[in-house]
Ligand binder design. Structure first.
Ligand code: HEM
Length: 184
């Protein structure tokens, strides 16, 4: 009996440790908002934001945080799944209708891919990013304030060069989950 309890305890400790080292459990997000054609799920874990974005496309899905004008100054992460393999890019809105990779601008790649799937014409990408990285092309996110979240997806082609088929903007409080559409 005693041995069984000890074994159970060891199993519990191992599972707890494993979930710590593997980071965020991708199945667990605290909040989700559904735009008409896309969804954005997230969880704040310390100083990291874990994101799940999903849309009906076999091309890219993307998210942008806090633009100043249209797409300008937003911190973007785009991802697609090609032949079963997910890929993400970390970009910055260097013009109102243009984004360029942080690295090309002299910054760093700070988004970390967790995983991605393309099933039944739906692409889902999961990644984590620091709320405040050292890169000036990743403006800090205040989870207690208002965050403008841009959501978009491209046509069904695995290319980051294609323009969005759909895009929208939301005003979100990342710590409470409150959200509303940004009115034009
Ligand atoms: C992948 C390449 C992309 C290209 C070539 C592109 C291009 C453009 C262009 C030309 C416009 C202005 C015309 C229009 O309103 O349609 C625009 C607006 C916009 N884009 Fe993009 N975009 C790209 C990616 C993204 C991504 C990843 C997002 C968000 C995650 C996004 C969000 C938006 C939003 C919200 C607007 C409207 C801004 C406003 O009118 O206030 N775009 N984009």
């Amino acid at each position: 009996m005693k041995t069984r309890i000890i074994i159970s305890l060891i199993v519990v400790v191992c599972v707890a440790l494993l979930s710590t080292v593997s980071g965020v459990n991708s199945a667990e997000y605290d909040y989700e908002v559904k735009a008409k054609k896309m969804s954005f799920g997230w969880k704040v874990v310390g100083d990291t934001l874990a994101v799940k974005m999903s849309a009906k496309t076999e091309g890219w899905v993307g998210i942008g945080f806090n633009p100043s004008k249209k797409m300008k100054d937003a911190n973007f992460v785009l991802g697609y799944v090609k032949k079963g393999e997910a890929k993400i890019i970390d970009e910055f809105g260097n013009e109102p209708t243009k984004h360029t990779s942080d690295k090309k601008l002299g910054g760093t790649v700070d988004a970390t891919l967790v995983g991605g799937t393309e099933e039944g014409g739906i692409t889902t990408i999961e990644f984590t990013m620091p709320l405040k990285s050292a890169d000036k092309y990743d403006p800090a996110i205040d989870v207690n304030g208002e965050t403008i979240v841009l959501l978009a997806y491209g046509p069904s082609r695995d290319s980051f060069k294609t323009k969005h088929k759909y895009r929208t903007a939301l005003k979100v409080n990342l710590s409470t989950g409150a959200s509303e559409a940004v009115k034009k």
